[in-house]
Design a protein around this ligand. Structure first.
Ligand code: ARG
Length: 592
């Protein structure tokens, strides 16, 4: 299926050629086309061009207008306004024809073209820690990362996913030693088929074991010594110790997968390459850094210094790649991962969806990799840093007892609340359907709340607001979609069909022009890694649809052609909503 040129691109091309016909030196200049309240589009670019050419902007604008053919299939009218803006009105038939071409795209892409020069992006997201509970911070990385993956893939980018789980470190000495002394602590009692049930059991096993091991470690000095020896065995690759460590990783993965499944997110085992995955590279990474002089020994540790990074005491704060006791830390792992991703996976772009509190770490890691020549001119590295999830009181989200909130508990509560909302509105839904929709609405609400604010900002986790039917929520969007499906069902035998010869009402034009802007929104969203732009677009789409629905009767329209054309507008809107929501990782149930 061929892609569809958007109306704004078509107008842009017309204006650009009118411009260069009027002012040859303006060839290739951007007429700066924007949607406008006064007409369909406004072009603001002439002012700057006139200034450059020392011409009168209004005169130049008038000359350009005379070059633009109006009353055509595309442009109904163009006029000069203000100091030299152009106001452009699109022909009704162009809007309908454009949407009809999008509607005919049976790939579900709505005629949106692929990016011209796709590359390879390695995205690091959804990275919980082994033997630890998942909390709201892990929610953000997973939700934002998953959406960015969908959006980039939609543009044609080759995306490699990496879940950099925390699966290595000294705490494993204590855990492994305890498990070795109490060998059945991780056994599963029930062979539950259900991922959620076995996930819950896995976490409670890990939690119990962690607490017991910690108690023993703190109270029994001999155990402490044995645990420390285990760390050495683990780092030396002792097979028995490694096998025990693997048990913790496997048990944790059962848990992670159950949470990701609850989040309605596909995480593949092969994409999980945790910190331990780079162990073989660490020594070489350090050797290369030291030989090139990028890192230097300081008090026994291998360090990289940065002129502009100082601590509160005014002393330089280094990135430590190897501790004085020979141990490698988080930085050595991340530097090795960069080598693997650039040279092994051939990435053009490295993306890290990680808490803003790790920004200094990534700044230092990226700069080190640049100095070492691992990040060249042709590779960009970006931390898509996200802010903190706050409670209703505006403080970091905690339970009343001051503990971090378990992610699963939050998700369950969201599903409960959403199910109550669905039940209240449900007309012809069975109990089973209410449960299924409740999950889709609840999980959608959590994702949407996260994705609709720009990632770098903190946001309040407020379930009442998230599942509200009014306002900028996923529920509102899901209801808009379900309402359209209900109209399409009611239409029965009458099928949606485009009738370009029909005149459009204002609400129809506004809706149609917005549907046309889907592709441009996706490409901007992808370029800036900013899912909140797509969320804002979809919210506006649903709002424009609501206005259309209030003003323009669909099944009771004046003529049969108009009924078909309005059904067609409904359906193309629904498809756009569906595709857009899918890029945010949110379901659009057919009935609510
Ligand atoms: N596991 C870490 C955490 O929970 C996040 C890992 C981020 N990715 C990375 N390449 N350092 O905070």
């Amino acid at each position: 299926m061929a892609s569809v040129t958007s109306l704004s691109d078509s107008v842009q091309q017309h204006l650009a050629s009118a411009l260069s016909a009027t002012l040859p030196e303006a060839a290739g200049a951007d007429p700066l086309l924007r949607r406008s309240d006064r007409a369909d589009f406004q072009a603001n670019g002439i002012l700057a061009l006139a200034k450059k050419a020392k011409a009168n902007p209004r005169e130049l604008a008038t000359q350009v207008v005379s070059q633009v053919a109006t009353g055509t299939e595309l442009i109904k009218d163009v006029e000069v306004s203000g100091p030299g803006f152009l106001n452009i009105t699109i022909a009704d038939q162009a809007i309908t024809r454009n949407l009809a071409a999008r509607y005919a795209d049976d790939t579900g892409r709505l005629g949106v073209p692929y990016a011209e020069h796709p590359g390879t992006t390695v995205i690091d997201y959804a990275q919980p820690n082994v033997a630890k509970e998942m909390h709201v911070g892990h929610l953000r990385s997973a939700v934002i990362g998953d959406s960015v993956v969908q959006i980039l893939e939609f543009t044609g980018e080759n995306v490699v996913r990496r879940h950099h789980i925390g699966d290595w470190g000294t705490q494993f000495g204590m855990l492994i030693q305890y498990l070795d002394e109490h060998p059945h602590e991780l056994d599963h009692k029930a062979s539950a088929e259900d991922a959620a049930a076995s996930g819950e059991e896995a976490m409670s096993n890990l939690d119990r074991l962690y607490k017991a091991a910690r108690r023993k470690f703190d109270s029994d000095d001999e155990f402490k010594t044995r645990a420390r020896r285990r760390v050495v065995d683990l780092q030396a690759g002792d097979p028995h110790t490694l096998a025990m460590w693997q048990k913790f990783v496997d048990e944790s993965k059962i848990y992670f997968f159950s949470v990701f499944e609850k989040l309605d997110m596909e995480i593949r085992d092969t994409d999980i390459v945790g910190e331990s995955g780079y162990n073989d590279m660490l020594a070489e990474t350090c050797r290369l850094l030291e030989e090139s002089g990028v890192a230097v020994r300081s008090e026994g540790a291998l360090c990289v210094f940065f002129e502009d990074i100082k601590g509160p005491d005014g002393n330089l704060v280094p990135l430590i790649v190897q501790k004085s006791d020979g141990g490698y830390g988080y930085a050595a792992t991340d530097l090795s991962a960069i080598r693997d991703r650039v040279f092994g996976l051939k990435a053009n772009t490295l993306l890290y969806v990680v808490d803003a509190r790790q920004s200094l770490h990534f700044r230092m890691v990226f700069e080190t990799a640049r100095r070492a020549g691992w990040l060249g001119e042709d590779v960009t590295a970006t931390q898509l840093a996200f802010g903190t999830v706050l409670g209703k009181d505006g403080k970091p989200f905690k339970t009343r007892e001051g503990e971090t909130v378990r992610l699963v508990d939050l998700l369950d509560e969201a599903i409960d609340r959403a199910s109550a909302v669905v039940r209240e509105k449900a007309q012809d839904l069975s109990e089973e359907e209410i449960a299924e929709r409740g999950t889709q609405v609840g999980i959608g609400a959590v994702k949407y709340a996260d994705l609709s604010t720009s990632a770098n900002r903190d946001y309040k986790f407020d379930l009442d607001q998230m599942v509200s039917l009014n306002g900028d929520t996923s529920v509102y969007l899901q209801y808009a979609y379900a309402r359209i499906q209900s109209i399409l069902r009611k239409a029965g035998e009458v099928r949606p069909a485009a009738h370009p010869e029909l005149e459009l009402a204002d609400a129809e034009r506004a809706l149609g022009l917005h549907v046309d802007a889907f592709g441009q929104t996706v490409s901007e969203t992808a370029a800036e890694y900013a899912p909140h732009k797509l969320a804002a677009y979809l919210y506006q789409l649903a709002s424009l649809y609501t206005t259309f629905y209030d003003k323009c009767p669909v099944l009771k329209a004046e003529t049969p052609d108009q009924v078909e054309n309005r059904l067609f507008l409904c359906d193309v809107t629904a498809r756009t909503l569906h595709q857009g929501m899918a890029l945010l990782g949110i379901r659009t149930p057919e009935k609510l």
